[in-house]
Structure formats: structure tokens, C-alpha cells
Ligand binder design. Structure first.
Ligand code: CA
Length: 226
């Protein structure tokens, strides 16, 4: 059973998140202030932390740095800021993933599950299905209509990252930061090139997309073909 510390000053939201995660089998502790949260992290060494960036006693980014000074625990940040630069700043400060408010409890649980999966590479990772596309992150095997598709390691990582967020638009900047681990350097052209290679392997094109839908000026999302 994985232990979660939720640091959120809004009691109503904190209790809702705690209840949902507890129902899913997590052991949950809540904290209403940054300092209380930090203390609980030090005392209980949880498997994952959910951190609200807007706290009364300390800026969330400062708290994140303090957490990073003591532990590598995966941190999912909840933020009301959705601008690219804020997201990048958050990831750069040491967050593993983030949620933009308002988010659903399903999104919360999915992110917590995703960071836990990434942090415990030994554990069996559940496969992901989108339409006729099936990804097995543990075995690193992708199949389409039952046939294996040959993907490079980066293509596979990119596809899994998008599949974990199916239906959600992901920016190229975010992909550079998270799949390529290059929040600043690196060209977004790299993403474009990999997307076009993926399209070819999925048997589609930019003009006739099925799984990979480009949202002009925003990014790309993986969808179940109509
Ligand atoms: Ca808050």
C-alpha cells in the first residue's frame, strides 16, 4: 500500500482528495500548511506527495526546493497556473508531474499512479490500451491490432507519455521537458520529427490522423480513433 502526503490549505479539497485516494487503497495523510507538510514528509517518508502551489505560509516552489533538499519522493504539483513558463518553472524546481486546477479526482489518481509507476521500475506496470493500440510499459512492447510495432526507445516513451494522458493536449515544450528531460534546451522540431515517425508506424499521416491529433498552436494529443 503506497503512502501519500497531501499538502493543500483548502480543507474541502484536501479532504476530498484524501477520501478518493483512501478509497483506492492509499494510506493518506493531509497537511494544511507548508511547514506541517514538510514535517509529515520527514516523519513518514511517503511514496508520493501531492502539493498545492498556493499555500498560506510558503510559496509552493520554495517548499518544493525544501522537499528536494531532503528527499527524492515523487511530487505531483497542483497548480492554478497553466502557463507554459509556470509549468516549466515547477518541473524545474523538482516536480515530477502536475495537475492544473480544477482537476477531476480521476486525473489526480492517474497522476499519482503514473509517478509511482515511474519511481518503481521493478514493479509490474499495467498495460495501456487506446483503441486497437496496446502498450506494455514493463516489457516495452507496443502492438497495433495485435501486431508488434517496432519503435525506438524515445518513440516508445513518447507514446506511453501521451497514452497515459489520452484525450489531453500536451504541449511540445512539456514533451521536451518530460520525455526528453530538456526543459530549456532542445528544439521542438525534435518532437515534430518523432511525431511524424510515430504517425508512419501507426499507419497514419498528419493530413489523415487517427491516433495522433495535432492541436494547432497548442500541441498534440493521443485519442481513440473515431
Ligand atoms: Ca491553496
Amino acid at each position: 500500500m503506497a503512502a501519500v502526503v497531501i499538502i493543500e490549505d483548502d480543507q474541502r479539497i484536501r479532504e476530498l482528495m484524501a477520501r478518493v485516494l483512501a478509497e483506492k487503497g492509499y494510506e493518506v495523510e493531509g497537511a494544511g500548511t507548508a511547514l506541517d507538510g514538510l514535517q509529515r514528509i520527514v516523519q513518514t517518508s511517503p511514496d508520493v506527495v501531492v502539493l498545492d502551489m498556493g499555500l498560506p505560509d510558503l510559496d509552493g516552489a520554495d517548499l518544493l526546493k525544501m522537499i528536494r533538499a531532503v528527499t527524492d519522493v515523487p511530487v505531483v504539483v497542483a497548480t492554478a497556473r497553466s502557463e507554459d513558463r509556470d509549468v516549466i518553472r515547477t518541473l524545474d524546481a523538482g516536480a515530477d508531474d502536475y495537475l492544473v486546477k480544477p482537476f477531476s479526482v480521476e486525473q489526480l489518481e492517474a497522476r499519482v499512479r503514473a509517478v509511482l509507476r515511474r519511481s518503481s521500475s521493478d514493479a509490474a506496470q499495467p498495460s495501456i490500451e487506446v483503441g486497437e493500440l496496446k502498450l506494455d510499459p514493463s516489457a516495452r512492447v507496443a502492438t497495433l491490432r495485435g501486431s508488434v510495432i517496432q519503435l525506438s526507445p524515445k518513440e516508445f516513451d513518447l507514446l506511453v507519455y501521451l497514452a497515459e494522458r489520452q484525450g489531453t493536449v500536451v504541449s511540445k515544450r512539456q514533451l521536451m521537458a518530460e520525455v526528453w528531460r530538456q526543459p530549456y534546451g532542445g528544439s521542438e522540431k525534435t518532437v515534430d520529427v518523432h511525431i511524424s515517425w510515430l504517425r508512419k508506424k501507426l499507419g497514419e499521416s498528419a493530413a489523415e490522423s487517427r491516433y495522433l491529433e495535432t492541436v494547432y498552436g497548442v500541441g498534440v494529443k493521443l485519442v481513440e480513433p473515431a
